[in-house]
Design a protein around this ligand. Structure first.
Ligand code: G6P
Length: 367
């Protein structure tokens, strides 16, 4: 069937606005209709006996792997290695018997991810993949496939595939945590509820579209931009920077906020917008001091936080966007949306080809 833009100017914007729907569809595939609990996807191994997880992907999907590392370690108490496909496939990793390797790919055809999968398979690992295209090579070669129900993604810069990949990971983490006995029933019910509420919260986040469009005018005039976050907001900072680079051609870096003092702080002046992703979670006060370091060097900060965070820091930053307050577990899914919109509107302001950025391909099937 011919896929249209449904009244949107670009596929990317249409796909950003589809997220409440497709995240909901993806969650519903894992939810038990009777109890509302996340149902354990049936897996060809016992999660309680898995010694170690390896998660491999390329591009945007790699940031899903990074978020998953924080989640699996904290919630399922499982050590996790993450890597990009092109490195992992040539690394001489010592694999543990009974290990599980997870591959994340929208297209299911990215060559480096596929070859990484084959490498892990030869080493006797159980292969799980998170894929959007069912009839893809990665799906075919996996022991178990968990599908994102994002629907076809046309924009080269991934948006709805990314947040649905995070959604599937979150469900998988809960399944592992339950099987491994690392989560109480109450906490599991809380997290399942927080996940089921993501679509409604995502719709609220998208209401900031106009405000973000206005800020994009500032970013569009900059040569560089810096994205900061800690914990699971760190990979989202990397994703925000990647998205901006890909479609607006503005140089951007994502950094762990605490690492800024070891490098990028030297770049800070009033010409470099600093986008701080800071949900009011356990690490919030740490991010506050990083933001103060930026402000002290006349850096202009765009704070993306919730009501508590904006109340604490709003007066110290140049701009702020207030997102709904959610359980920190699901925050990385929601905080993806404003960085997508910021990249999108900046690219539109610069007049670049948003859906087909120069030199990039939707699916990279060569080495
Ligand atoms: C290309 C796309 C990215 C994508 C990456 C991995 O670089 O432009 O948006 O994240 O490939 O693609 P995959 O299909 O494996 O998720």
């Amino acid at each position: 069937a011919l896929i249209g833009k449904a009244g949107h100017r670009h596929f990317m914007l249409k796909e950003i606005f589809e997220q409440p729907q497709v995240i909901g569809d993806t969650i519903n595939a894992f939810v038990s209709a009777s109890t509302g609990a996340i149902a354990l996807p049936d897996l060809p191994f016992d999660p309680a006996k898995v010694p170690r997880l390896t998660i491999v992907a390329c591009g945007t999907a790699y940031y899903v792997a990074m978020v998953a590392k924080y989640w699996f370690e904290q919630v399922a108490r499982l050590p996790v290695d993450v890597d990009i496909g092109s490195e992992f496939r040539y690394r001489d990793t010592p694999f543990e018997a009974g290990g599980v390797a997870i591959f994340v790919s929208q297209s299911g055809e990215t060559l480096d991810t596929l070859e990484a999968l084959r490498h892990a398979k030869r080493a006797g690992q159980h292969i799980v993949s998170i894929v959007n295209v069912p009839e893809s090579t990665i799906a075919r070669e996996s022991d178990r496939v968990l599908y994102t129900l994002a629907g076809p993604e046309i924009g080269v810069a991934s948006t709805k595939a990314f947040t649905t990949q995070l959604t599937v990971m979150a469900c998988l983490v809960l399944a592992f945590a339950r099987a491994r006995g690392t989560i109480s029933h109450e906490r599991e019910a809380e997290l399942a509820l927080a996940l089921r509420e993501v679509p409604a919260r995502a719709a609220e986040v998208l209401r900031h579209d106009d405000a973000i469009q206005a800020l994009a005018g500032v970013v569009a005039e900059s040569r560089d931009a810096l994205y900061l976050g800690r914990g699971t907001a760190y990979p989202i900072a990397l994703e925000g920077a990647l998205k901006l680079k890909e479609i607006s051609y503005i140089h951007a870096e994502g950094y762990a906020a605490g690492e800024m003092k070891h490098g990028p702080i030297s770049l800070i002046d009033d010409g470099v917008p600093v986008i701080a992703l800071a949900p009011s979670d356990a690490l919030f006060e740490k991010v506050v001091s990083n933001i103060q370091e930026v402000a002290a060097r006349s850096g202009r900060v765009l704070l993306i936080s919730d009501a508590d965070g904006v109340a604490r820091l709003g007066s110290k930053v140049r701009w702020s966007i207030e997102l709904p307050k959610v359980d920190p577990f699901v925050a990385p899914i929601l905080y993806s949306l404003p960085v997508q919109l910021l990249a999108y509107h900046t690219a539109v302001a610069k007049g670049t080809d948003v859906d087909q950025p120069r030199n990039l391909a939707k699916s990279v099937t060569v080495e």
